[in-house]
Structure formats: structure tokens, C-alpha cells
Design a protein around this ligand. Structure first.
Ligand SMILES: Cc1cc2nc3c(=O)[nH]c(=O)nc-3n(C[C@H](O)[C@H](O)[C@H](O)COP(=O)(O)OP(=O)(O)OC[C@H]3O[C@@H](n4cnc5c(N)ncnc54)[C@H](O)[C@@H]3O)c2cc1C
Length: 262
């Protein structure tokens, strides 16, 4: 667990890295002691309320957050610290532009000088690098975490990533020293979270020998049959699999703590 310290940061640069993904680099002295020990870490981003230049941030006490009573509460959404440089006091965050919702809308018009709040990460779930192989799977919302993990993996680690995006224009170059196989799944014009393409790709996958660990993230409903398949049909122990519903079709601000199992 990490101490909870609400942070205020300023947008430094905005870069459209693919047609549907914006990389926002934020900076601020508050990042000097930011801790993210695992690529699966997530933080709550606080977006300024209408009419506010910067989001209100809470004081953190024993009973959790105490929000200022004289200011509107900011919208909060979960995002991944894609790349952090505490010496330079910067952080990159990759936003999927999915066309709806306050976070995606904010990212689509983000500009240098704007402000964001950061709450968390509350803690890091670090998995020992003791497994024979690692499987990472999901859609573009988990791509920041997958890419960071592949970049940070020790050389020659056996890794497989299966990533669903709309098409080749959404694939990202990932530099890794791992012994990695990266499979891109294209859903074409289908809506995100509406197909079983990822499940079919996983069913077709030959897993390496030995014991593996799985990280999965993406649309909550589509992950369920994948989890069932990997745990029940492939025999992966449930404690060696981490599934996170990063979002859910038709639900704003989906709670990723909602279990993926039936
Ligand atoms: C641990 C964790 C880490 C995450 N990391 C990232 C990250 O690094 N980058 C990132 O882009 N997202 C990330 N997400 C997902 C992100 O939090 C959600 O997509 C969130 O719903 C976006 O908020 P919003 O305000 O844009 O939309 P909301 O207001 O939450 O939702 C509005 C509508 O948009 C739909 N929707 C939400 N997300 C998507 C999507 N991706 N595609 C299509 N429709 C969608 C909802 O179903 C709803 O109908 C992460 C989520 C979790 C739980």
C-alpha cells in the first residue's frame, strides 16, 4: 500500500499517438514522490468540474477523503501511469478516445496548461518474476499497462500479449527485451466490447509449458468467457490470474472491483 496523497499536475504536452489514442504528458512537483511499482497500478484522475480551471482535491485522513464543501466534486476515472519520471516530475497517460464520457471528452481537447488531479495508486500488486510465462490480454484500455509491462520485463522473460484494437492503425510499437509474442486482434468496424474476437484468439493460443500468470483487462462482459476458458478449461489457478473489467458497455464509471466471474 502507498500513502494517499492527492496531486495536482499540469498538462505539458499532448500527442496523438494513434487515431484513437492521445498521450498526455503531465508535470508537477507533486510527482516527485509518486510511486508506481507495477504496470497494473491505476490511479483516479480528477477532471475539473464545469467552470473550474483545476479540480478540487480532497484532504486524506483516517476516514478517507474529505472534499472541500465549497467547490463542486470533480469527475473521477481510472487510468494507468504509462510512464513515470519522478526526477523530471513527469508522467505519461494514454487516453483511448472512445467518443463518449467526460474523461475521453477531456482528452480529445486536452491542451498544455490545463490541470488534472491524481489520486492514488493506493497500492501495487507486484507479481514475482518467478513464472515460466506471462500472458497479457485485453483491449486498448489495457494496452498502456501491457506496453509498460513488456518494456519493464527482464530480458528473455517468456511473454505473450493478445491485444484487441480496431485495426492496424491502432497498433503501437512496443520495445521489449522479453521473449515476447504480440498478437494484434482487429475488430474492424464492430463496436468495442461487442465481439468474441478476443475470446477466439485466446482459445486458438498455444500456451507454453510450465506455470504462467495472466493479466487481463478490457470490457467487463467480454472478459467473462475468457476467464472461464482459461481457468476451467486450461486449468490456470485462479490466484495466478488477474482480471479487471476496465469498462462496461452502456455503463458510465463502471466499478472495476465488480467481479468478472459469473
Ligand atoms: C485499472 C484501470 C486502468 C485503466 N487504464 C486506462 C488507460 O490507461 N487508458 C484508458 O483509455 N482507459 C483506461 N481505463 C478505462 C477507463 O477508466 C474507462 O474507459 C472509463 O470508463 C473512461 O471514462 P469516460 O469518462 O471516458 O467514460 P464513462 O463516463 O465511464 O462512460 C461513458 C460511456 O462510454 C462507454 N465507454 C467507456 N470506456 C469505453 C471504451 N474504452 N470504449 C468504448 N466505450 C467506452 C461506457 O460504456 C459508457 O457507455 C482503465 C480502467 C481501469 C479500471
Amino acid at each position: 500500500m502507498h500513502p494517499m496523497k492527492p496531486r495536482l499536475v499540469t498538462v505539458a504536452t499532448v500527442q496523438r499517438i494513434t487515431p484513437a489514442c492521445v498521450r498526455v504528458t503531465v508535470q508537477g512537483d507533486d510527482l516527485a514522490d509518486f510511486v508506481s511499482l507495477d504496470p497494473d497500478d491505476h490511479m483516479k484522475l480528477a477532471f475539473p468540474a464545469a467552470g473550474e480551471a483545476a479540480p478540487a482535491l480532497p484532504m486524506w485522513g483516517e476516514n478517507g477523503p474529505a472534499w472541500p464543501e465549497d467547490r463542486p466534486r470533480p469527475v473521477l476515472r481510472d487510468y494507468t501511469p504509462r510512464r513515470v519520471d519522478t526526477a523530471a516530475r513527469t508522467m505519461e497517460i494514454d487516453f483511448v478516445l472512445h467518443g463518449d464520457g467526460p474523461a475521453s471528452t477531456w482528452a480529445s481537447t486536452a491542451a498544455p496548461g490545463q490541470h488534472l488531479g491524481i489520486l492514488g495508486p493506493r497500492g501495487s500488486h507486484v507479481v514475482e518474476p518467478a513464472f515460466d510465462w506471462y500472458l497479457m490480454l485485453g483491449d486498448e484500455t489495457v494496452l498502456p499497462s501491457i506496453a509498460r509491462r513488456l518494456e519493464e520485463m527482464p530480458a528473455d522473460t517468456r511473454a505473450i500479449a493478445v491485444i484487441e484494437v480496431s485495426g492496424p492503425e491502432e497498433e503501437q510499437r512496443i520495445d521489449t527485451a522479453a521473449n515476447a509474442e504480440i498478437v494484434w486482434v482487429h475488430r474492424g468496424d464492430a463496436s468495442p466490447g461487442s465481439t468474441d474476437l478476443l475470446e477466439r484468439a485466446i482459445r486458438a493460443l498455444a500456451l507454453p509449458e510450465g506455470e504462467g500468470f495472466i493479466w487481463a483487462g478490457g470490457e467487463a462482459t467480454t472478459l467473462k468467457p475468457i476467464r472461464r476458458h482459461l481457468l476451467n478449461e486450461r486449468g490456470v489457478p485462479r490466484e495466478w490470474a488477474s482480471f479487471s473489467g476496465h469498462w462496461k458497455r452502456g455503463v458510465a464509471d463502471h466499478d472495476h472491483h465488480e467481479p468478472i466471474e459469473d
